[in-house]
Design a binder for this molecule. Sequence first.
Ligand SMILES: Nc1ncnc2c1ncn2[C@@H]1O[C@H](COP(=O)(O)OP(=O)(O)OP(=O)(O)O)[C@@H](O)[C@H]1O
Length: 293
Amino acid sequence: MLILENLSKCYKSSQQPAVAGVFLEIKTGVLGLLGSNGAGKTTLLQMLATVTPPTSGRIFFRDVDVVAQPDFLRQKLGYLPQNFGVYSSLTALEFLSYFAALKGISSRNRPMELLELVNLHDVSHRPAGTFSGGMKQRLGIAVALLNEPEVLIVDEPTAGLDPEERNRFKSILSRIGSERIVVFSTHIVSDIETVASEVAVLHKGRIIECASPEVLIDRARGQVWQAVIPSQQLPEVQTRYKVSSVVQKAEGVHLRLVCPQKPLEDAHLVEPTLEEAFLAINEPLASTGYVSI
Ligand SMILES: Nc1ncnc2c1ncn2[C@@H]1O[C@H](COP(=O)(O)OP(=O)(O)OP(=O)(O)O)[C@@H](O)[C@H]1O
């Protein structure tokens, strides 16, 4: 288990802390760290990955304080940073073999085993520079897994990927998360939906929610409504309520909105989506620009 205790990070150039007083207990499984741009996700993951030290607070891995002893976690850690780059002229196999040598991995078979795991074995002899964004990300995961880490940290892995690549990537993360700690950050709610066993929501450096997707959806039951309104009423409804979807049809505008009480006379309750569960959490989230794709 990874335990974050009152973790904070203040950069010298900024008056606001990037991460402020975070407490978290991270167990085996996939933790999705959800937050809008600038919420502090990268800073938090960099502290977890022992790349940057916290200004205050502690991180424990198996009861060892890894702020004081970073090497204890580093040996058991895989980290895929946000801007992972490949050496374009090296083939996937050469690239992995190069990192295997750097990390002191003696098994000659390990690079090919990992290329199979991330489904790149068929293109192992292709230069990595010719790969799509998703293929490069999968190669990055293979690099992060070289040392068989117990903790895998992945920063915004699905940014810029098409839906098919995104799904492939998520299924790899969920397979890895069945036996290790995986922490990945995103600002896309639908990324969390199918892969994360727990979700922590970061807002202005603070964790404002941490629960499983099922619990979050359950809490939103009774607060999500569907209604059909004339299109001229839409601007007013949008200013008064948290509207989660709008579909224009011949008979009027079909909309879904999040509200603790019945908002409109003809509204009826519907099953919440995870995105609506986030809208229901509290006010700041409504304006943080989460997108569902
Ligand atoms: N090296 C740095 N020096 C000063 N301020 C920084 C530094 N890195 C991040 N920040 C600031 O800390 C805050 C959190 O940034 P961070 O990159 O951790 O957020 P994020 O949630 O990962 O954002 P994004 O989704 O855009 O990557 C922001 O206000 C950012 O401007």
